[in-house]
Design a protein around this ligand. Sequence first.
Ligand SMILES: Cc1cc2nc3c(=O)[nH]c(=O)nc-3n(C[C@H](O)[C@H](O)[C@H](O)COP(=O)(O)OP(=O)(O)OC[C@H]3O[C@@H](n4cnc5c(N)ncnc54)[C@H](O)[C@@H]3O)c2cc1C
Length: 426
Amino acid sequence: MAVGKAHIDSWYHQTANAIADRPTLSGDVRCDVAVLGAGYTGLHAALTLARRGFKVSVLEAGRVGWAASGRNGGQIVTGYARSMAEVEAAVGKDDAHRLWALNEEAKTLIRDTVAAESIDCDLTWGYLFTALKQRQVDDLHGMVKEWAGGYGYEGLDILDTARTRDIVDSPRYIGALHDQGSGHLHPLNYALGLAVACESAGVTIYENSEVTAIDSSETPSFTTASGKVRADYLVLAGNALLGGLVPSIYSKIAPVGTYIAATTPLGANRMQSLLSQNVAVCDMNFVLNYFRKSPDDRLLFGARVSYSGRDPADLAQQMRTSMLKVFPQLTDVAFDTVWGGLVDITMNRMPHLGRLSPTTYFAQGFSGHGVALSGIAGKVIGEALAGSAERFDVFARIPHHAFPGGAFRIPLLRLGMLWFRLRDLM
Ligand SMILES: Cc1cc2nc3c(=O)[nH]c(=O)nc-3n(C[C@H](O)[C@H](O)[C@H](O)COP(=O)(O)OP(=O)(O)OC[C@H]3O[C@@H](n4cnc5c(N)ncnc54)[C@H](O)[C@@H]3O)c2cc1C
């Protein structure tokens, strides 16, 4: 039985589907592929490989969906955390088009997996990018030009102030971009459903089994406190929590804290008056607010970031201040739960996939777009280990640099981010 790390208290945990207990690794195990991490990346890699006949073991330090995959805003977002012009500048036009197609497939992968595996996770399509100022309205028009004009993307609609406020009853927003192809889901239930799908395909998942040593040689293995897994290949899908175990790739990401609050239930009518459509919303600020409604008519509101590695002392109060800026009519509304987790960002805000050695593959650095991108990352790692690396290599060709400052990169990042925060205010 799994003991030890429990899921944190969140609205997602309170409304989770059945959570199975899974064993802790004990003794020596042999398999074809061993995966570190039972988030979306690790689970999609495991599922892809198991469906192709590989014997796969997943080692998870906590529980399935314990980290970002069980805590996030649930927002499935079109595109990358960079404009496609910036992507083209970094990787060239051909790879930019391949990356766009992979991002589109990332969303289809969620749709198909949820349908094929009957995962009950409230998957819903429809999304608003909202603008607070004219510069951001211009940016939204730029996105339409780039996505629809350059990449043939359909389903976008620019909304003026009145149409925006018909959907989001906030005085903050002066316009929006409605994207039918982005959406939202219950993140923990999606992760739990993926784990069940993996097990049905023959994967063994070990929980409370933290990997303490990685051997990425020709005879690779993971070691935990109570066992060892030897395999032909390893997959590192530990995201922001992999930490110092692999310093060479950890230097390419910075872990940033981000937070979500669930209000008390507002009742169907009041919730409908705040958000008249069941869309996820994300504003265009650098330090952004993102929110949506829950099926039990709460507001799930995401805000704040922390570059210090510590949660702000007055987190709930800060979240409340942020929420009231968007919805000043909610002064009488309390939070039931506030929680947070780590997003791993890269210098260029593009995902970081690669090979540590010929036997050891990794994916990290989804930079706030991981609900969709981590799944396709896991899938292309699975494809690569099964023999066709073309699509993996499209991601692996994206150039990445270490954050300057080494161990001091977090204070430096904080300083760097100050400029962007100031820009949000201008
Ligand atoms: C609060 C919050 C809100 C977010 N909102 C959004 C959003 O709305 N949209 C979006 O696209 N993205 C969002 N993200 C980011 C998104 O959740 C992640 O990019 C995505 O879940 C990454 O999946 P993953 O499987 O790579 O990593 P994770 O889900 O973090 O999984 C990694 C797993 O590896 C395990 N692990 C680490 N080290 C070890 C070890 N040594 N041994 C064994 N196991 C180990 C961890 O316990 C963890 O379970 C958000 C993140 C947070 C924290």
